[in-house]
Design a protein around this ligand. Structure first.
Ligand code: FAD
Length: 587
């Protein structure tokens, strides 16, 4: 299941492939080895991290170090490090499970992600053998901790506008500049820093905290994730040995953006982990709180919030596992001792950049809606810092900003489709004949499958119309492009959920009925969002009779009859209330 193993699976190919025709990795496919690591991560979080929540939030660099080092002792920092450098070199599927567990304490999860992901992976993928031998064993054990420094005061989303410079002076690089918002800066030992060689060629360097001329600013006072360290870096004539250049001069963008893409699907996983905790305390509170002489979890609108949180977890997991299935199998097929292994692994990542961005955007927004629903379920107490929803409401906000803002990610999603439509690898079509009908699909999810297929055809239709009207300049119309990105993302979300539920049904999984409810209610509530975006997109690019005709053509794709969402949600809520947790756990 990879670009190398199966040419029909590539980034964005879900739009072309009939529903269920591509193999889809789901949480239920998890191997026993992955479950064992997931359990170890869960035990570590429950035993060491979650109980220290209040202390972590006071931001004590020594505590962050200590917790990360303990994670290192358990092997949790070395999952993606090759064995040759004291790592475990486990697959990306395992990373996903661990990230989900880490999401159970948001600040720690950010510190962990910055160290193991954006801080360490640039050296794993782009380091020389000497750099790997020097840094990776220490980063694997937690003896040294890492950070990644791309952002600058004037260069955030537009990271290539970096003003930090690197000049070769004899055998030493001299770096000057300021970096902004650097996670782990308060205690990290090793920093991957991006700078322009001679002010022109964007490149990466490894800076150590003891390098002369290197210093960090004060801790930022943030809205959330207050227990994670975030500081500016000051590079004042920092002198580095020549061998601290990471990768090639002028190829820093490959490192900077390739590593961020990896971070995106992980962020989606962290968000689902966090949502499980939110669901648990919201179920508990709503089961105890009484109004009008009844537990508030008996009220239909409170039940809707609970069911929606559970549904988002099911859908989010389905998307994240599907994305990692594509990426993992492609990457795992390339062994580190093969020629250009790192480059080829990054090529796989690039191929699925659209899917990684969709997991990031969808996951971060789903968690924010979940946090909002939790605040609402707690009423006034949700607004108080003495109850848990207030914190997650603040903590979850960052996910829409870092690892590329959701605006930038929406442009990546849409831009990928436009490029592939242009080179015909994803041909989009204005064809309206032979739209799928419910009778074309069998089984209990037949209606939902039909809805997904109708949405795909509809998305292809409006994308073809919009591209015909505006060509590749369509990307400059950001509102229109974002509508396409949202259509693609929701199609991917619906399809991932339906296929997961279908697989569980085929396997007579004990939660198959609940899975079908999650998938069906999600499709019920989402297909018309896709339709609304399709209509509004046409009004962005057409007018007059052409617009009237286009809107009329969309009728061909509107033949989905939703079932009663409230009945389905009642069943979902009954299960959630009975179990008191998100019930479809794998270990
Ligand atoms: C807590 C925290 C931790 C962080 N950790 C790190 C880290 O470890 N390392 C690191 O390098 N950086 C880190 N960052 C920085 C983060 O990645 C940036 O904040 C982010 O990329 C946005 O950059 P900016 O803040 O300069 O906002 P800007 O780029 O100025 O964006 C402002 C707004 O304009 C929008 N915008 C910008 N360009 C476009 C465009 N072309 N089209 C549409 N909209 C656009 C953005 O989406 C946003 O809504 C962190 C930030 C925070 C807050």
């Amino acid at each position: 299941m990879s670009v190398t193993q199966n040419e029909t699976i590539f980034g964005g190919s879900f739009l072309l492939a009939p529903i269920g025709s591509q193999p889809q990795y789901t949480p239920e496919d998890m191997s026993d080895d992955t479950k064992a690591i997931g359990e170890a991560a869960r035990d570590y979080m429950q035993g060491e991290v979650v109980p220290k929540d209040a202390e972590i939030e006071k931001l004590q660099p020594e505590l962050s170090r200590e917790l990360l080092q303990k994670a290192g002792e358990l092997g949790l920092l070395s999952i993606e490090i090759p064995e040759e450098y004291d790592g475990m070199d486990l697959d990306k599927k395992t990373t996903l499970v661990v990230l989900e567990e880490m999401g159970k304490q948001a600040s720690f999860s950010v510190s962990y992600g910055a160290h193991t992901g954006i801080g360490t992976l640039p050296i794993v993928y782009f380091g020389t053998p000497e750099q790997k031998a020097k840094y990776l064993p220490k980063l694997a054990s937690g003896e040294w901790l890492a950070a990644y420094a791309l952002t600058e005061p004037g260069a955030g989303s537009d990271a290539m506008n970096s003003k930090t410079t690197a000049v070769l002076d004899g055998d030493t690089w001299v770096l000057n500049g300021t970096k902004m918002w650097i996670t782990n800066a308060g205690f990290a030992d090793v920093f991957v820093v991006f700078a322009k060689v001679d002010g022109k060629k964007f490149s990466a360097f490894i800076v150590e905290k003891t390098d002369a001329g290197f210093s960090t600013g004060a801790e930022e006072h943030k809205l959330g994730i207050k227990g994670s360290s975030t500081r500016a870096l000051v590079l004042d004539n920092v002198r580095l040995p020549k061998d601290r250049l990471l990768g090639e001069i002028g190829r820093g963008h490959r490192i900077a953006f390739g590593i961020l893409t990896i971070g995106r699907f992980k962020l989606g996983a962290g968000c689902t982990g966090t949502a499980k905790v939110v669901l648990e305390y919201t179920l508990k509170y709503t089961a105890e709180r009484q109004q009008f002489g009844k537990n508030i979890n008996t009220f239909g609108l409170i039940q809707k919030y609970l069911a929606d949180i559970g549904t988002r977890i099911f859908v989010g997991e389905a998307m994240n596992y599907r994305t990692i299935g594509y990426i993992n199998d492609g990457m795992a097929a390339i062994h580190w001792d093969e020629e250009k292994a790192a480059q080829r692994k990054m090529d796989i990542m690039d191929e699925f950049a659209m899917e990684a961005s969709m997991s990031k955007v969808w996951g971060s927004e789903a968690l924010f809606f979940t946090a909002d629903d939790a605040v609402q379920c707690f009423g006034g107490y949700g607004f108080s810092s003495e109850y848990p929803p207030e914190k997650i409401y603040r903590d979850s906000r960052i996910n829409r900003i870092f690892e590329g803002t959701n605006e930038i990610n929406r442009m990546i999603i849409a831009g990928s489709l436009f490029k592939k439509a242009n080179n015909q690898s994803i041909p989009v079509s204005k064809e309206t004949a032979n739209a799928p009908k419910a009778g074309d699909f069998s089984g209990p999810l037949g209606e939902a499958k039909c809805a997904v297929e109708l949405c795909k055809r509809q998305c292809g239709y409006v994308a073809a119309v919009a591209l015909e009207a505006q060509g590749q300049k369509l990307i400059e119309n950001q509102e229109a492009s974002a509508r396409i990105a949202d259509m693609l993302t929701e199609i991917y979300a619906m399809e991932s959920a339906v296929v997961r539920a279908d697989k569980m049904t085929a396997a007579t999984h004990r939660w198959a009925e609940l899975a079908r409810d999650y998938a069906t209610v999600y499709v019920n509530e989402t297909w018309n969002k896709v339709l609304a975006n399709a209509r509004m997109l046409l009004s962005e690019v057409l007018e007059g009779e052409a617009l009237t005709k286009g809107l009329g053509d969309l009728q061909a794709f509107s033949g989905f009859i939703p079932s009663s969402s409230s009945k389905i949600r009642s069943r979902i809520t009954a299960q959630l209330i009975e179990k008191g947790i998100y019930p479809i756990e794998q270990y």
